[in-house]
Write a protein that binds this ligand. Structure first.
Ligand code: ATP
Length: 354
């Protein structure tokens, strides 16, 4: 049966990398149908549409996945359209898992002395619907010397339990042995106390897996010192945001960092970690590999594991011995190539792969 994919390229470098991502995915010969949507800054500035009414229902009913480029445009104050597009999908489709693999694909990409591929291969499960990112809070007496601003961190038993369970299930399915939870339970005693208690319970349901709870500040230090100690890291929205940027920096940067926004069994969204990078848009400098690797995560979610591995393998080879965009030149050396050149080479590699 054909699986339909909603492609939303978005703004800036989004369309440049999405074009390549889709071409590569199409070359695999899978029964996938790609439908393109023009939501982003241009459309918003034209008719104030973020996502049209009923679009969420269409996604739920007709689509297996969303393949998303990036949103963000300096012409839109505060990028208000991004809230109505990306954040709306994350929340309304209840995409509670933000999955971000931090896996080094070439030793030369590691900024850590003496740490290579065998040391850097952890995956972060970031809670994606609660925490400090729900917009709960308010401001009193704004603009005065007595201004009070409050941001409320939401932690529900259901929300915490399901992200923890997802992290353990992932470890179990892949034969991994360690799950580490990052929190700040020493100061945030109520919310993170809930995380600690729930973690102990969920860990008991997975006796074969070593479960460790750590304070996030200690974990940030230890990820630099001994990243090899970590396989699966699970944490809340804010800490996950920060730790995954650290993870991206440890494994080659934004140009190759992929992510999934997932609700198991439902339509889910796959996107590069980077944003629309307006500074390099329309210059042929964007690295398309993060988008392609996000496509590999999407294929896994859709049940095409072998093809996902074929794509990841081709990206590894590309980084090892192929053309590269300028962002990777300081790490890999050599002349810089354009987005299109890297895309074309990658396409040839994927076609040649067994
Ligand atoms: P946004 O607000 O949309 O997230 P931003 O410019 O703040 O946009 P990013 O878009 O993530 O943040 O980009 C940060 C920097 O990283 C960019 O200025 C760009 O130089 C670099 N960058 C991001 N993505 C890529 C990519 N795919 N290839 C090359 N460089 C990239």
């Amino acid at each position: 049966m054909t699986q339909r994919i909603a492609v939303i390229p978005g703004d800036g470098i989004g369309p440049e990398v999405a074009r390549i991502g889709v071409r590569v995915l199409e070359s695999l010969g899978l029964p996938l149908q790609f439908d393109w949507f023009d939501f982003g800054a241009d459309r918003y500035l034209r008719d104030r549409t973020t996502l049209p009414a009923g679009f969420m229902d269409t996604l739920r009913r007709e689509y297996a996945a969303i393949y998303f480029g990036a949103v963000g445009d300096p012409r839109v104050p505060g990028n208000e359209h991004a809230k109505g597009i990306l954040l709306a999908m994350r929340f309304e489709l209840d995409l509670y898992i933000n999955l971000r693999p931090c896996i080094l694909i070439d030793d030369r990409l590691s900024p850590l002395k003496g740490k290579g591929r065998e040391h850097l291969k952890f995956v972060v499960f970031r809670e994606n619907t609660e925490g400090l990112y729900t917009g709960t809070g308010g401001v009193l007496r704004q603009g005065t010397a007595d201004e009070v601003a409050q941001e409320v961190e939401i932690n529900t038993r259901k929300g915490v339990e399901r992200i923890l369970e997802a992290a353990f299930a992932y470890a179990q399915q892949r034969g991994l042995r360690r799950v580490c939870m990052a929190d700040k339970a020493n100061v945030l005693v109520f919310g993170h106390g809930l995380w600690r208690r729930t973690f102990a319970e969920v860990a008991r349901r997975h006796p074969g897996i070593e479960a460790k709870a750590m304070y996030v500040d200690a974990l940030a230090m230890d990820l630099i010192r001994q990243p090899e100690a970590y396989e699966v890291i699970v944490t809340n929205n804010l800490f996950g945001d920060i730790l995954t940027d650290l993870g991206a920096a440890l494994t080659g940067g934004l140009g190759i960092a992929a992510s999934g926004n997932i609700h198991p069994g439902r339509v889910s969204l796959f996107e590069p970690v980077h944003g629309s990078a307006p500074d390099i848009a329309s210059q042929g400098k964007a690295n398309p590999l993060a988008m392609v690797l996000s496509g590999a995560l999407m294929l896994e979610h859709l049940g095409h594991r072998r093809e996902a591995q074929r794509l990841s393998g081709a990206v590894e080879e590309q980084v090892r011995s192929g053309a590269r965009t300028p962002d990777l030149v300081p790490l890999l050396g050599g002349p810089a190539s354009t987005t299109e050149q890297v895309g074309n080479e990658l396409l040839a590699r994927v076609s040649a792969a067994p």
